[in-house]
Structure formats: C-alpha cells, structure tokens
Design a protein around this ligand. Structure first.
Ligand code: NAP
Length: 249
C-alpha cells in the first residue's frame, strides 16, 4: 500500500469528520479516532470506503497515554508508518465565568485539549522524524480563534487551552523543522458542529454570527480545506504558521 497515511483524532464528527473525508478524497489512508460515538465513527469509515477509500476507526481517549500509544500502534499494524496527523480532538464545557470553575473541569479541559495533543504529536514525531529514521511528514493542530479572543464569560479555560496549542505549534515546528516535519495550526471561528451543544448553547453560532464580518458561521468543510492545504506539498515552505478560518473575525 503506497498511499499516504493520516491519523485524524476526533474524526467521528464535526471538523475531524470533514477533514477525514477530505483526506480520503485526496488519496490518504485514514485512521480516525473517537471517544464514545462508535456509530458516528463507523458511518464516516463507511462513507470513505463507499467512495473507494481506505479507513479505520479506533476508540481512543487522547487524554489517556495508553490509549494514544494503542491508537498509533494500530495504525502501524493496519496501514504502516504515518505521514500526517491532525490533532483535532477537543472539548469545551458549559459556559461559565472563571470564578465558577473547579479544578476537575480545568483538568478535563487541559487533559484532552493540551495533553492529548502533546501525546499524539509525540507519537507522530517518533514515527515521522528523520532523527528517528522516519521520512518526514506534517502535523496540523486545531486551535481556535478563542486563543486570541479569550472567550470571556463563556470558557476562558478552553481559550487558554487553545493558547497552549498555539505555543505547541510554534515550538514543535521549530523543534522538528530540520527533521522533515512541518507543524501548523488552523484557528476556526464559529463553525456549525455539535461542540456548541457541549457548551450548553446549541444555537451559539446563530447568536454570535452577526459579530462575524462575513455575517455567518462557517462550515466544517471550510475548516477542513485549510487543514488539507497545510498538510499538502503546496504548503512545503510553511511551518509554525496559522490559518484563521473565521469569516474575518
Ligand atoms: P465536535 O463536533 O464536538 O467533535 C469532537 C470530536 O472529538 C468527536 O469526534 C469526539 O468523539 C472527539 N473527542 C472528544 N473528546 C475526545 C477525546 N478525549 N479523545 C478522542 N476523541 C475525542 O467538535 P468540533 O466542533 O468538530 O471541533 C473539532 C476541533 O476544532 C476541536 O479541537 C475544537 O476545539 C476546534 N474548534 C471548533 C470550533 C467550532 O466552532 N466548532 C471553533 C474553533 C475550534 P465522539 O464522537 O466519540 O464524542
């Protein structure tokens, strides 16, 4: 099998699902990971296979180190050595002020959004870096425009976790630039996905869209297009960079 191989964490729904399907259309063999939603993951795998692509789904909590190790070993065994990682799995919790947040919530947010992205990046670098005998590759992290705006009154914890993703992107990009790996990030604005249900406001995009210069929310595919460009050879001199997919916000 000589197709490029990609891991998309949190590929069962939303932006990850769109990125996984677009990657398959661009010729990647795709491994999506998910947390609980097996049916949604299997539907994405079936959709990819129905159009002639290669895909598998692995249940793996990115916040759990052993799960992350098992995820990447599964890909090694099923497809071979990866060429690309999309660090997409991310969560937010119900809107509240910082003066209402407890440590359990903060630990959940940072464990998934930050530790999870670091662990997956580690496994990818161990496989792709020329320093480790690999042939190079590309990583795209899903940050958020919240890292710039701060999400006051909603989820400053989430915004801060995305600030950490921005710093991971800058630091890791420089760390592995001479080892054949490019590391970039996409910072979406308000995108129509289920994540706003997790935040306790399913209609959030409708509420805030008038504050977007383009006066609309974004579609997951519009984010996936930026992700796939950063992964592609068209972005061969681009590393440590950010694409804001925000409708101008
Ligand atoms: P979503 O619709 O809520 O989907 C989240 C995905 O991540 C699902 O596939 C979920 O799996 C998976 N996931 C959650 N926790 C996980 C864990 N611990 N381990 C492995 N997988 C896990 O989210 P989305 O809106 O597509 O967001 C994707 C990324 O874009 C996130 O990093 C988010 O912060 C970022 N982003 C989104 C927006 C937006 O407006 N939507 C804006 C800026 C940034 P299950 O299906 O099993 O639950």
């Amino acid at each position: 099998m000589n197709k490029k191989i990609i891991v998309v964490t949190g590929g069962s729904r939303g932006i990850g699902a769109a990125a996984a399907q677009l990657a398959a259309m661009r010729g990647y063999s795709v491994c999506i990971s998910y947390l609980h939603n097996r049916q949604a993951a299997e539907e994405i795998v079936a959709a990819i296979r129905n159009t002639g692509g290669n895909a598998i789904a692995v249940a793996a909590d990115v916040a759990q180190e052993q799960d992350v190790i098992r995820l990447f070993e599964t890909v090694d065994n099923f497809f071979g050595t990866i060429d690309a990682l999309v660090n997409n799995a991310g969560i937010l919790e119900h809107q509240m002020r910082v003066d209402e947040m407890d440590s359990a919530r903060l630990n959940r947010i940072f464990a998934t959004n930050v530790t999870g992205s670091f662990l997956c990046a580690r496994e990818a670098v161990r496989r792709m870096s020329t320093r480790h005998g690999g042939k190079g590759g590309a990583i795209v992290n899903l940050s958020s425009i919240a890292s710039r705006l701060g999400a006051p009154g909603e989820y400053v914890d989430y915004a801060a976790s995305k600030g950490a993703i921005d710093t991971l992107t800058i630091g890791l990009a420089k760390e592995v630039a001479a080892e054949g790996i490019r590391v970039n990030a996409v910072r979406p604005g308000v995108i129509y996905t289920d994540i706003h249900v997790s935040g306790g406001e399913p209609g959030r995009v409708e509420r805030v869209k008038d504050a977007v210069p383009m006066k609309r929310g974004g579609d997951a595919l519009e984010v996936a297009n930026a992700v796939l460009w950063l992964l592609s050879d068209d972005a061969s001199y681009t590393t440590g960079s950010f694409i804001d997919v925000t409708g101008g916000r």
